[in-house]
Write a protein that binds this ligand. Structure first.
Ligand SMILES: NC(=O)c1ccc[n+]([C@@H]2O[C@H](COP(=O)([O-])OP(=O)(O)OC[C@H]3O[C@@H](n4cnc5c(N)ncnc54)[C@H](O)[C@@H]3O)[C@@H](O)[C@H]2O)c1
Length: 425
């Protein structure tokens, strides 16, 4: 297999997960080589270089210098939320395919700018959304398509943590998660994207009509922690909404970073003939993201996504079916034994590399940029509705969304100016 030469921008927590996946894929015969990395924090950069064996000449504080190289096949953007559009468009403008972290952006306008950049620069793009790369999502999508649930009328997109604000209650996460200029939004744009994107994708990307939503920030805070994380303008800890889609489908949304509650249930799809309950949605990246003998970067356990199917047969008898959707190992599921090609659909990064190599095409890959952009559209509806105190239509979201992605960034070596298109609606 031809060598794929990779560059990383942002050597923080999630970059280590990218490296774990790369390492695990190389053990499975992929020929992936990380040839360069960029990180504004010099100390972090040097440590990262040592950890992964990159020589000094392949380490850059200024990613723009790295993008002058001509021996890179693709760039993985691991900076924080409100820099995704800024950095990823710069990567594509410099002539490189780009794989960017989630959320696609902190506003719909920015997600659209990044989406359009694919065409503008003629470059491939993918966005990390681990929840859609696994059998749980594929099986559910197929069931909806085959009409096994009948007419879908309602969907719930839900996620929660108890006292789990990253960078605040969980100090080992970057404080940028709770920085209003960089993380920008709370749980809806963090864990919420995994649940919303999964539901939208399973439903076949239904067209949004309107959203009513609210975000709030009322959970317990402490001055000492505020000082320690350098954040005195809190961002939301709750995002809720009720969306209406063409075709008579409603969706309620509940995403909470901190609730005092053990269980609040999971996402589900309700149809005239059946219901599907989604348990343990994959928000951590699946088995390839786990280092050998170690645990997932950032903590937590490997999720084992499952589906529960509640239905009624032709005789009117009710049934409950439990569908195990876990991928215990890349070759662990029977589906993979029967069709090894399916492994390209079980991991974000593997799908991206397969797409770059031409093993997947625009038609056969999962269109993560489109799904991520539509997810941002729905999330933005909640943001705008919350600000306005009323519901917003899809047209209003398009008209009111604003680009907020950073156009200037202060760094230890000076100001980086980002030059990307204006949002045109
Ligand atoms: N941490 C997780 O578990 C996790 C999981 C999934 C997705 N993500 C997403 O990944 C992104 C990064 O999260 P993280 O936890 O790794 O944050 P982080 O703060 O640990 O890492 C981001 C790194 O980017 C660097 N950086 C900022 N601007 C840069 C620039 N111009 N050039 C080069 N480097 C730059 C920062 O110095 C920092 O080291 C976020 O958008 C987050 O939503 C994180």
């Amino acid at each position: 297999m031809k060598e794929l030469r990779i560059a990383i921008i942002g050597c923080g927590m999630i970059s280590h997960r990218h490296m774990t996946v790369i390492n695990n894929l190389n053990k499975r015969g992929q020929n992936l080589k990380v040839v360069a990395a960029a990180e504004i924090d010099k100390e972090k950069l040097e440590e990262w270089g040592k950890q992964y064996g990159l020589a000094e000449e392949n380490l850059y504080q200024d990613f723009r210098e790295m993008l002058k190289r001509d021996d890179i096949d693709e760039v993985e953007v691991c900076v924080h939320n409100n820099l995704h559009t800024s950095v990823a468009t710069a990567v594509m403008a410099a002539g490189f395919p780009c794989y960017s972290e989630k959320p696609m952006a902190a506003s719909y306008a920015d997600a659209k700018i990044l989406y359009d950049a694919q065409k503008k620069y003629g470059q491939k793009l993918a966005v990390q959304i681990s929840s859609i790369y696994n059998p749980q999502t594929r099986i559910a999508k197929e069931m909806v398509e085959k009409g096994k649930l009948g007419k879908v009328y309602h969907v719930r997109s839900v996620g929660h943590r108890r006292q789990g604000r990253p960078g605040y209650d969980m100090p080992f996460f970057s404080h940028d998660f709770v920085n209003p200029k960089i993380g920008v939004h709370g749980p809806l744009f963090d864990l919420g994207i995994y649940h919303l994107a999964q539901m939208l994708y399973v439903l076949g990307m239904p067209e949004l009509e309107s959203v009513y939503g609210m975000q709030s920030c009322d959970y317990w805070r402490n001055e000492k922690i505020d000082d320690a994380v350098g954040c005195h303008t809190p961002i939301e800890d709750l995002g809720v909404g009720l969306a209406r889609f063409k075709g008579g489908i409603s969706m309620d949304i509940y995403e909470d970073w901190a609730i005092h509650m053990d269980e609040i249930g999971s996402s589900f799809i309700a149809g005239s003939l059946g219901g599907l309950k989604f348990t343990d949605v994959d928000t951590t990246g699946g088995p390839l993201a786990v280092p050998e003998g170690g645990s997932i970067v950032g903590g937590g356990f490997l999720q084992k996504p499952r589906l529960e199917w509640f239905g009624v047969d032709e005789e009117g008898r009710l049934f409950d079916n439990k569908l195990d959707c876990a991928i215990d190992d890349i070759t662990g599921m029977q589906e993979l034994a029967l069709n090894p090609e399916m492994q390209m659909y079980n991991d974000n990064q593997l799908q991206w590399y397969s797409y770059l190599r031409g093993d997947l095409t625009d038609e056969t890959r999962i269109d993560s940029p489109y799904i991520a952009m539509q997810t941002a559209f729905l999330s933005e509806g909640v943001v705008l509705s919350s600000e306005l105190g009323r519901s917003v239509t899809a047209d209003e979201i398009k008209a009111m969304s604003k680009s907020i992605s950073l156009r200037e960034q202060e760094t230890p070596f000076g100001t980086i100016k980002y030059d990307f298109d204006e949002y045109k609606g």
